[in-house]
Design a protein around this ligand. Structure first.
Ligand SMILES: Nc1ncnc2c1ncn2[C@@H]1O[C@H](COP(=O)(O)OP(=O)(O)O)[C@@H](O)[C@H]1O
Ligand SMILES: [Mg+2]
Length: 434
């Protein structure tokens, strides 16, 4: 009979998922099926110095699961404390004779207390009291000892499971951490490489543009002289001169772009209200935007002033508008927004932005166009990078914007996905006198 109950007990215990449920189940079974009138289970702390009441069933706690103020007993104190310390089960036949007995509201007369041991640890004790003296004998001791052994084994198993789960989670966490670090390192290297490349190209073309500019000045100066010398005009000569002049103007504009992306442009900083700048740029660029493109402005009232070269800023905005237009041949929406942003030291440390920490006005131009494939995202700022035909694109727009923004102590960033449109952000340093 008892054996069957213990068997059933062992099987039930297997499926219990946590220590708390386990202890309550044991207390219930000891009092119910095994016919003890009372059962209190204590668990010990890791240091094995204190027992804490964890589950109790019986007259003293008829409702179960209601331990509000769990009793704590130091190892060595009282009968339970002594059992925990000596690791020996105890049967007390008459508590009135026991000097260790700590009586509570309803004093009992006999007590049986067994330790729960696993490995070399005392994980707790199971205690049962009885109102009659001499209630416990060898049979009860054996039953409770068996119950204690099964319970502590299961406790150990659950703790081990919990430890494995924790270890697993730690492992997953550190794997994620490492993946993140590797990715940010890769991104950092790519960014560094791009920055170096642009720097090198800039240095090279900057020197070249300077010399070339001088040559162009000589050419255009001489063209003007020739214009005066050859009058009255011969039609053929006029055509030649015009062609030469157009070419030298193209050359001059090329040189300007090169100087801009090599960050050697001549910039005149003045206080600029970017809202007003966007509105005026749009006004005269309206004719380059077809009807099928709708324009939406979201220029924050409180936009901080900036101090930058005005025509450079207009040129940058215009470049972004033209690119957005080219990306939406079937039409779409062009969105221009301004927002005040504070760049924190942490943003800079993360290398999310190559900016000094501080306050900036972010001017964003979004389109609903073709988007940019991931592998071209960095390249778009390279001088002469274009996906347009020779007659449509020079590939100098964004590199000029990049150079200008860097030289103005701001920057330009891009967010885009193939097929999902693009957003270019221009960061202008805010001009906020203390
Ligand atoms: N808004 C945009 N949407 C999609 N692609 C863009 C956008 N802006 C720039 N690009 C890509 O970046 C390239 C370089 O732009 P840019 O430097 O202005 O030169 P260009 O316009 O002369 O080609 C473009 O050819 C295009 O592939
Ligand atoms: Mg362009």
């Amino acid at each position: 009979m008892i054996l069957r109950i213990l068997n059933e007990f062992a099987i039930d215990v297997m499926s219990i998922p946590n220590v708390n449920d386990l202890l309550w189940y044991v207390a219930q079974k000891v009092v119910g099926k095994l016919e003890f009138v009372d059962c209190v289970i204590y668990t010990s702390n890791l240091e094995e110095t204190v027992l804490t009441q964890a589950a109790a069933m019986g007259e003293k706690n008829p409702f179960g699961r209601n331990i509000i103020n769990p009793l704590k007993i130091p190892f060595g104190q009282g009968i339970t404390g002594r059992v925990a310390q000596t690791r020996e089960a105890v049967i007390v036949n008459d508590l009135l004779d026991d000097k260790d007995y700590i009586s509570d509201a309803q004093p009992a007369r006999s007590e049986l207390c067994v330790p729960m041991i696993f490995g070399n640890r005392v994980v707790g004790v199971i205690d049962s009291e009885h109102p009659e003296p001499g209630a416990y004998g060898k049979a009860e001791l054996e039953i409770l000892t068996t119950v204690a052994a099964m319970t502590s084994a299961k406790m150990e198993l659950l703790e081990e499971t919990e430890r494995s789960v924790r270890r697993y989670h730690n492992l997953v966490d550190s794997h994620l951490q490492i993946t993140k670090e590797i990715n940010s390192r890769k991104a950092l290297e790519a960014q560094l490489f791009e920055a170096r490349k642009l720097e090198a190209i800039g240095r090279l073309s900057g020197g070249f543009a300077h010399d070339f500019n001088n040559i162009l000045t000589v050419i255009s100066g001489n063209l003007e002289l020739l214009d005066e010398v050859f009058s009255p005009r011969d039609a053929e000569v006029v055509d030649c001169l015009n062609a030469a002049r157009t070419a030298s103007e193209k050359g001059a504009s090329l040189v300007r772009s090169m100087l801009a992306f090599s960050q050697r442009a001549h910039l005149d900083a003045e206080i600029v209200d970017l809202r007003e700048l966007v509105e005026s740029t749009l006004l005269w660029s309206k004719r380059i935007l077809p009807e099928v493109i709708s324009v939406q402005l979201n220029l924050s009232e409180a936009t901080w002033p900036t101090k930058v070269d005005r025509s450079g800023a207009e040129n940058a905005v215009l470049n972004l508008i033209v690119n957005a237009r080219d990306a939406m041949p079937e039409g779409g929406r062009l969105d221009i927004r301004t927002r005040n942003v504070s760049v924190a030291v942490s943003d800079v440390a993360d290398r999310r932005l190559t900016l000094e920490p501080g306050r900036y006005v972010r001017l964003s131009v979004s389109d609903t166009g073709t988007g940019i494939p991931e592998n071209q995202l960095q390249q778009v700022f390279d001088p002469f990078f274009t996906t347009k035909s020779a007659s449509e694109g020079t590939g100098l727009g964004l590199s000029t914007v990049f150079g200008y923004m860097q030289q103005s102590r701001g920057t330009v960033t891009v967010e885009s996905k193939s097929g999902e449109g693009s957003t270019f952000h221009l960061y202008f340093p805010a001009f906020l006198p203390e």
